[in-house]
Design a protein around this ligand. Structure first.
Ligand SMILES: Nc1ncnc2c1ncn2[C@@H]1O[C@H](COP(=O)(O)OP(=O)(O)OP(=O)(O)O)[C@@H](O)[C@H]1O
Length: 301
């Protein structure tokens, strides 16, 4: 559905995206995750044909992203989506349906169904009087007005309250069940962890990890073992009437078992702590070489 090869974008001499390679399969939810300035929006805009790559190539739905034929099959949700304040959701969505030559009754059915699923009651209220979350829902409905195969959403749930965030993320998950392919960006790793089939993690323009969440965990995450003992051991901490030591290998677990036995106690429980995507990301970002050493010139964090 999408193939990206050595995609690069430089603003002046500033490398915003540095040679990305990835592919997105039909019917998956694909996440691009990373902190502010990682290059997520720049990547998505290149895929949507809104900015031209400096080098490399992207194939989107079999088209060059700048081909207008691709845009008719795409729904793009920008990070900030200013809506026409004096319009209502109904008039606004009809306006976009007309741009895509979608018949009025088809468009009304389609957008009403989306707004029902997103729990947006007010269809005739002035957009300028609506909350950020309501406007986001209208912008999402707009992205679906042409019934596209592919959705590219830039930070769909950013800045929304927890309830609205859940509604939006759940909706993205349901889009996959409708047979859509979704590529979306997030800086909140929880958003990605909860709904993506596969992700790439970006930092300073580079992809620093990729795969399914379990694959990334296997490759980059350190599993920790919490070993509970009935006796205090060096470096253990009291938890209720037990003591807990945290170690990273089974050999260390075995040593603790021996130490507990030597002290006249036993191991009463062993639990595994899986690294969260956030833990993994923080470690990868900390260990990654800075662009100024690899690229010569990107001295911005
Ligand atoms: N038009 C531009 N001119 C110059 N630099 C730009 C331009 N657009 C983006 N950049 C820079 O490129 C880098 C990547 O920006 P981008 O918006 O792609 O990051 P992002 O991961 O989407 O971040 P955020 O989460 O803050 O939106 C940033 O350092 C940004 O300042």
């Amino acid at each position: 559905m999408i193939t990206v090869e050595n995609l690069r974008k430089t603003y002046g001499d500033f490398p915003a995206v540095v040679g990305s390679d990835f592919s997105v399969e039909s019917g998956e939810v694909f996440g691009i995750v990373g902190p502010n300035g990682a290059g997520k929006t720049t990547t998505l805009k290149m895929l949507a044909g809104l900015i031209e790559p400096t080098a490399g190539s992207a194939d989107v739905l079999g088209f060059d992203p700048e081909d207008p034929a691709m845009r008719r099959k795409l729904g793009f949700l920008p990070e900030e989506s200013p809506l026409y304040e004096d319009m209502t959701p109904r008039s606004y969505l009809r306006f976009f349906a007309d741009l895509y030559d979608v018949p009025r009754d088809v468009a009304d059915d389609r957008t009403n169904a989306v707004l029902d699923r997103l729990d947006l009651e007010y269809r005739d209220r002035r957009l300028g009087d609506m909350s950020k979350g309501m406007k986001r829902k209208v912008a999402i409905a707009r992205s679906l007005v042409n019934d596209p195969e592919l959705l590219i959403y830039d930070e769909p749930a950013s800045g929304l309250d927890p309830l609205t965030t859940n509604v939006v993320l759940e909706f993205v998950r349901e889009l996959r069940n409708d047979g859509k392919t979704v590529v979306f960006s997030a800086h909140n790793l929880f958003h990605v962890e909860s709904i993506c089939d596969r992700v790439v993690i970006m930092n300073r323009g580079e992809i620093i990890a990729r795969g399914t969440i379990p694959e990334i965990r296997d490759e980059h995450g350190e599993t920790a073992y919490r070993v509970y003992t009935t006796v205090e051991l060096p470096e253990s901490e009291r938890e209720g009437d037990r003591f807990v030591s945290v170690v990273e290998t089974m050999d260390e677990v075995e040593s603790l078992r021996q130490a507990a036995a030597d002290a006249g106690g036993t191991v009463s429980d062993i639990r595994t702590d899986e690294a969260s995507l956030e833990d993994i990301f923080l470690r990868l970002a900390r260990d990654a070489p800075t662009k100024s050493t690899t690229e010569g010139g990107r001295g911005v964090s």
